[in-house]
Design a protein around this ligand. Structure first.
Ligand SMILES: [Zn+2]
Length: 367
């Protein structure tokens, strides 16, 4: 597939936002803006503009079926998701929607993470672990508790890192690589300075998402949701991840729409571990009484070891370092590269796959 259009990829959140808004404008979509109280990185010494999540809508009023496409749940992963959204708009997605189908594009639900090249929100929270009931008992991740010091050691000295990695390797050998992945990434609620932290209360991004879902038209009985992610799986490959057991209606429906690239986190077939407090799970109550088919489209970037090392370094910089420290620039470049592969080959694979998946969603939800 060739894309005869301007480059939908960007070098910053601000550029991505401008490209998305311009493309939505050209497609004559309505726009709602959810502005946060936080500013983006300074430009030429001046404070950056306030960060925001932009929601473009088409034909939502009275729609029976709605397709929702979201980017930057994990901040820095927004380079990919935003480009996919802009590309879809410029490739005429509006013209491909059948009558009665609405489209909602949520751009940068975690704008702070995107703007500052972090996977987490301004609260150091993994938004895709933040959707739990904070009034109840919070889930305990005993394996993370055990490995906490090795997952995020106090410094990045080579000797410290070697020692920490040896402990993680031992755990992996004694249990299994999958159990190590789950221990680290499933989500944890007791180490606010750690990674994959689910938070102590709903984040701004979660509250914003709940507000957006609250505006889903009552007429919409069927909703297809695709959340764009990067950082897991083979480079350039886009796995469709579902948090439903094989055999359930939602799983079988997704398989029917998208084919065998749909993988469940509950059966061990996915590149992702089984997670806690996710956005997809929240749709069960936010959009109750509707038929929801929610998936993450997860694009592989670099090796899982490199992604982990980049996350660990960025966490260290945020908790213990300073943004103007000598090592800061290298750490920020590293985390960006872990979630955004800036080669023509990768970008082209991403856009082709995104277009394919979204066309399958349109056909599927239309049946
Ligand atoms: Zn992600």
């Amino acid at each position: 597939m060739t894309f005869k259009m301007s480059d939908p990829f960007s070098n910053s959140y601000a550029e991505a936002r401008a490209k998305f808004r311009a493309a939505a404008d050209r497609a004559r979509m309505g726009m709602e803006v959810y502005t946060s109280a936080l500013q983006g990185p300074s430009v030429d010494g001046k404070p950056g503009p306030l960060l925001a999540c932009d929601v473009a809508g088409h034909q939502l009023k009275g729609a029976e079926r709605v397709l929702v496409l979201q980017s930057a749940t994990h901040g820095v992963e927004g380079y990919c998701g935003s480009a996919c959204q802009t590309m879809l708009l410029d490739s005429g997605i509006i013209q491909r929607l059948p009558p009665g189908m609405g489209l909602m594009m949520i751009h940068a639900i975690n704008p702070h993470g995107f703007a500052y090249d972090r996977r987490v929100t301004e609260e150091n929270v993994d938004l895709n672990r933040n959707f739990v009931d904070f009034g109840g008992q919070l889930p305990r991740n005993a394996d993370y508790d055990l490995l906490s010091d090795a997952i995020t050691p106090p410094d990045l000295d080579p000797q410290t890192i070697r020692h920490a990695n040896d402990r993680l390797k031992d755990f992996s050998t004694q249990r299994s690589p999958a159990q190590l992945q789950a221990a680290i990434s499933r989500g944890q609620y007791h180490h606010p300075d750690g990674i994959y932290f689910g938070g102590t209360k709903p984040t701004w991004s979660r509250l914003t998402f709940e507000g957006i879902m609250g505006r889903m038209p009552d007429s919409a009985t069927k909703v297809a949701f695709i959340d764009f992610h990067t950082g897991l799986g083979p480079e350039g490959y886009g796995e469709l991840i579902i948090e439903e057991e094989p055999g359930t209606d939602a799983y079988e429906r997704a398989r029917h729409w998208y084919g065998t690239s749909v993988k469940s986190t509950l059966s061990g077939e996915s590149v992702s571990a089984q997670l806690v407090g996710t956005i997809d799970a929240s749709l069960g109550w936010l959009l109750r009484d509707r038929e929801v088919t929610a998936l993450a489209l997860e694009f592989g970037t670099v090796s899982s070891n490199e992604v982990f090392a980049a996350l660990r370094a960025d966490n260290w910089l945020s908790i213990h370092g300073r943004p103007d420290a000598p090592e800061a620039a290298e750490i920020k470049a590293r985390i960006r590269a872990a979630f955004y592969v800036e080669t023509d080959r990768w970008k082209s694979a991403i856009l082709t796959r995104a277009r394919e998946v979204v066309d399958q969603a349109i056909a599927g939800i239309g049946t």
